[in-house]
Structure formats: structure tokens, C-alpha cells
Design a protein around this ligand. Structure first.
Ligand code: GLA
Length: 510
């Protein structure tokens, strides 16, 4: 009896533990940026050692990921084997070494037959080693026999074979989940895959391969700028492995690291950890900036201003309506600038206490505005705490969730210089599944609010508030506003139409 109670208590605690631990973006190292396919046993083991000795493990880095280049071929029965010159002790030995340090080993594969390395890096061992026709066999090998805990699955072969990506990745991920619990899964198909990925993968690449230049960093930030609606605890937009310590200036490296943290991207260092400079180590282990990335609410920063390449980014911490926010000013121009942060744009009212997270210094509390100096290609990142968070009135469509996004012919985002954020959502409706949702419309009290939808043609428009259909939208047709009842806290407003809505710029709730 005693024992029964004990096991019961234990499993309950385990359950609670699981429920209480929201999944933050994965942190670790990956072999690709620095080594491409030229990896081996020593290189990987040394990275694991360095992850501990550099202090990276202590600040949260966990994964040591082997990317493309370890493949040897397949035996007659289909069993995958590694390149025995590069990995003479086999792949389990590397995983064991990583685990000895209390770290987690990760591995790489391909959804189709041939790897990316076979195409781009002339890897003669990259043919026929992808998962295609070998899902069960390879996944059992990776997780149960070799002991890997993270899997990135690439798409070069899948693309060549013209596979349907949603179907193929779902198939692989289902098999991954059936093979082993708790595997972290990364989709690598070089663009936001679509909303199908959200409930099944832990992260997905949103761009082509990163390079060690500020141009590449800026390009990826731009690609991710309007994908905030698709990130949340346990599922993140992957901005690719880090290029810190691989040739950019200190200001650029700091901007790169800051923006990956602000945008809740996985943080996979891509440099040689065993030979990094102190400057690189200090950047990679900045606990205060990492804390932004690892914030449990998992919110991706939104850009609230972009004035000639000087950009203001805001990431609420703990909760969307939190009075504690990470604020970054990114200067993409070639000159240093003095920038005045307007706290109202950040969403904070009253006296704002701030801390500079690169200087590790508290600043003088400010009211209304705060001036900062931002170096060229650099960033200033602050943790700001206002007296109060300002309840939003306007919700931009470029930060709303488009259910049909990335499906050909369905809803998408589009530049429009006349729009409030210079972006709109377009092509919504025409299909039941092609809706737009503003999932976090916040009000302080339950009651009636004036809802504005500034679109021209209301024919066939359907509005749902927290799942409930608003039966009569006739006031919207005439004046573009109507009363809706909202509950205290967050509300979801979903809009669809039997015909096509050409453009939505924003909605307003007063
Ligand atoms: C693709 C991926 C990279 C890397 C290489 C390996 O290019 O996007 O991250 O995995 O393949 O060949």
C-alpha cells in the first residue's frame, strides 16, 4: 500500500513537472557552419568538452548536434552506417561522450533519399542515406540504438523527389513520436512551412542558409519579421545556427545574438567552441540576453517601428500584457545613431525602469522617452519595466494568425506603403479554412467594446469572437464598426468570408 501511494505521488509529480515546464527555444551547438561535412569524432567530442569548460552549459546550452557529413552508407539489409574514417568508434560513442557531460546529442537526416551534402558538398556518401523508405529503421537506430535526442530533417532529397512536404514531415514526425518520447524535432525546408507544422514540430527553419555577414543576419530578421503569430511555447521559428565568432564585428555579433533572442529562435552556436575568443564566449554566455530568449511565455518580438533602417523591437516577458518587456533598438544603417525610445510605442506607461543588457547596467528611470546611442550594425537591448502596460487598441494584421498561410492561393502578408505598419494581410476567405485570427485581443473588463474592421467589401464576411459566431454584422457593413462582447483578459477575434477579402490592414477594439 505504502509503495502504491509512493508511485502514485511520483507519477503525479512527474505529470506536474511536465505540465509546468513550458518548452523554451532549444540551445546548443551544431557542426554545420564551421565544419560543413568535414566533421569527425574528435571535433564533436571537443565541442562537448568546451561547452562545459566555457561556461556555456551553465547558462543553458544543452544540445551538441551533428549535422550533415557523418553518413557512410547502407548495408544490404538497409541498416544505415556512419563514415568509419570520420567516426571510427561509431555514432553511439559520440553520443555517449556528449551525455557523459550531462549534455544532449543531436543528429541530422533527410526526408528524401539523397542528402543536401550529396548535392552541394559533393559528399559521395550522401546518396541513399536519407529517411525515405527507411523511417522506422533509421529512427530506431538514431534514438534507441545510438541514443540521440534531437533530430533535424532536411529537404534537398524530398524537394528533388517532389514529395508533398506537409504529408512527408507529418509521416516522419509521427514515426519519431512512436519511436521515442521527448525527441526535439526540427524541420529544415528553408522557409516557414505552414501552420501544419505548429502542433507537430518543435521548430522549423524559416530561411535559406545563414552566412557570417550582417547582410545575411538582416535578411533572416526580415524573413522572420511577420511570423510572430506562429511562435509560442514548444514551437519556434528557427532563424538558423549562429554565426557568432565567425568573422563579424563585435557590434554585429551582439546584434545577431540579441535578435535571435528577441525573436525566440533556437540558439545553436556554430563556431568552434574549443578555440573561441573571450569576446565570442562573453557574447554567447550573456545570461541576461539569454533570459529574454528563454522567457517561458515564448513570445516572439514584434517590430513596432522601422525608421530608415533603425528598428524598435518589443518582446513582452512572462505575459503579453506584462509591464516587463525586452526592448531592442537595431541599427541596420552604416552610421551610429541617437534614437529616442517612445515608451508609448513599447506599450508602457508611467516611470520606466531600464537595464542595459550588454552593459549590465541599470539606467536612470525615464518618463515618456529615453535616448540611446546605437552603433552602426549594432543594437541596444534593454529590459524595461513600466508602472503599467498600456492596453492596445489597434492590432496589426501582419501580426495576426493566417490559417491558410503558405498554402498556394490562400491568405498571405503583403507590403503596402499606405498601410499602418506598411504591411497587410491579404487574400483571406473564399474557403472555410482560410481565416485570419487576432488571438490576443486584450481587455481589462468584461463588457461591450467597439470593434472596427476597415475593409471595403463586407459581402459574405463572418466574425467569430472566442469561437462564437457574431450573428448580425450589419453595423459593420454601414459604418465599419459594431459592438462586440469581450471577456476580461485575452479574446480571439476570427474573420473569414465566403468571398475574398482583398486586404486587412488592422482591427481596432475600443
Ligand atoms: C542544408 C541546410 C543546412 C545544412 C546543410 C547540410 O543546406 O539548410 O543547415 O544542414 O543542408 O548539407
Amino acid at each position: 500500500m505504502k509503495r502504491k501511494i509512493f508511485t502514485l505521488a511520483l507519477s503525479f509529480a512527474a505529470l506536474l513537472g511536465h505540465a509546468q515546464a513550458p518548452k523554451t527555444p532549444a540551445m546548443g551547438w551544431s557542426s554545420w557552419n564551421n565544419y560543413r561535412i568535414h566533421i569527425n569524432h574528435e571535433i564533436i567530442c571537443k565541442q562537448a568538452d568546451a561547452m562545459v569548460s566555457s561556461g556555456m552549459k551553465a547558462v543553458g546550452y544543452q544540445f551538441v548536434n551533428i549535422d550533415d557529413g557523418y553518413f557512410g552508407g547502407r548495408q544490404a539489409d538497409g541498416t544505415l552506417y556512419c563514415d568509419s574514417t570520420k567516426f571510427p568508434h561509431g555514432m553511439k560513442a559520440v553520443a555517449d561522450h556528449v551525455k557523459k557531460h550531462g549534455l544532449k546529442p543531436g543528429i541530422y537526416s533527410e526526408a528524401g533519399t539523397n542528402t543536401c551534402g550529396s548535392i552541394w558538398d559533393k559528399d559521395k556518401n550522401g546518396f541513399g542515406v536519407g529517411l525515405w523508405n527507411h523511417d522506422k529503421q533509421d529512427l530506431d537506430l538514431f534514438f534507441n540504438k545510438w541514443g540521440y535526442e534531437f533530430l533535424k530533417v532536411d529537404w534537398c532529397g524530398g524537394e528533388k523527389q517532389k514529395l508533398d512536404e506537409a504529408t512527408r514531415y507529418a509521416e516522419i514526425i509521427e514515426q519519431v513520436r512512436a519511436t521515442k518520447k521527448g525527441i526535439v524535432f526540427n524541420i529544415c525546408r528553408w522557409r516557414f512551412p505552414g501552420t501544419w507544422a505548429l502542433p507537430i514540430a518543435d521548430s522549423w527553419r524559416i530561411s535559406g542558409d545563414i552566412g557570417p555577414t550582417f547582410k545575411s543576419i538582416s535578411h533572416i530578421i526580415e524573413k522572420n519579421a511577420y511570423l510572430a503569430a506562429y511562435a509560442g511555447p514548444g514551437h519556434y521559428n528557427d532563424m538558423d545556427m549562429l554565426q557568432i565568432g565567425r568573422g563579424m564585428t563585435k557590434a554585429e555579433d551582439e546584434a545577431h545574438f540579441t535578435m535571435w533572442c528577441m525573436m525566440a529562435s533556437p540558439l545553436m552556436a556554430g563556431n568552434d567552441l574549443a578555440a573561441m575568443s573571450e569576446e565570442t564566449r562573453v557574447i554567447l554566455t550573456n545570461k541576461e540576453v539569454i533570459a529574454i530568449n528563454q522567457d517561458k511565455a515564448g513570445i516572439q518580438a514584434e517590430r513596432v517601428e522601422n525608421a530608415n533602417g533603425v528598428q524598435l523591437w518589443v518582446k513582452p516577458l512572462g505575459d503579453r500584457m506584462s509591464k516587463s518587456r525586452a526592448v531592442a533598438v537595431l541599427n541596420t544603417t552604416d552610421k551610429s545613431v541617437t534614437y529616442s525610445i517612445d515608451w508609448e510605442k513599447v506599450g508602457l506607461a508611467g516611470t520606466v525602469k531600464t537595464r542595459d543588457l550588454w552593459k549590465h547596467m541599470n539606467m536612470k528611470p525615464s518618463n515618456g522617452k529615453l535616448e540611446v546611442e546605437v552603433p552602426s550594425h549594432g543594437v541596444v537591448v534593454l529590459k524595461a519595466e513600466g508602472a503599467k502596460a498600456i492596453t492596445p487598441v489597434k492590432y496589426e494584421a501582419e501580426y495576426a494568425f493566417l490559417n491558410g498561410y503558405m498554402v498556394k492561393g490562400m491568405a498571405t502578408y503583403k507590403k503596402n506603403d499606405n498601410a499602418s505598419g506598411k504591411m497587410v494581410a491579404t487574400n483571406i476567405g473564399g474557403k472555410a479554412s482560410n481565416w485570419i485570427e487576432f488571438p490576443h485581443v486584450y481587455v481589462e473588463k468584461t463588457g461591450d467594446y467597439q470593434f472596427t474592421l476597415p475593409i471595403d467589401n463586407m459581402d459574405g464576411v463572418v466574425v467569430r469572437v472566442n469561437g462564437k459566431l457574431v450573428r448580425d454584422i450589419s453595423p459593420l457593413r454601414t459604418g465599419k464598426t459594431m459592438d462586440i462582447t469581450l471577456k476580461k483578459g485575452y479574446n480571439a477575434i476570427r474573420i473569414n468570408s465566403s468571398s475574398n477579402i482583398p486586404e486587412i490592414d488592422y482591427i481596432e477594439v475600443k
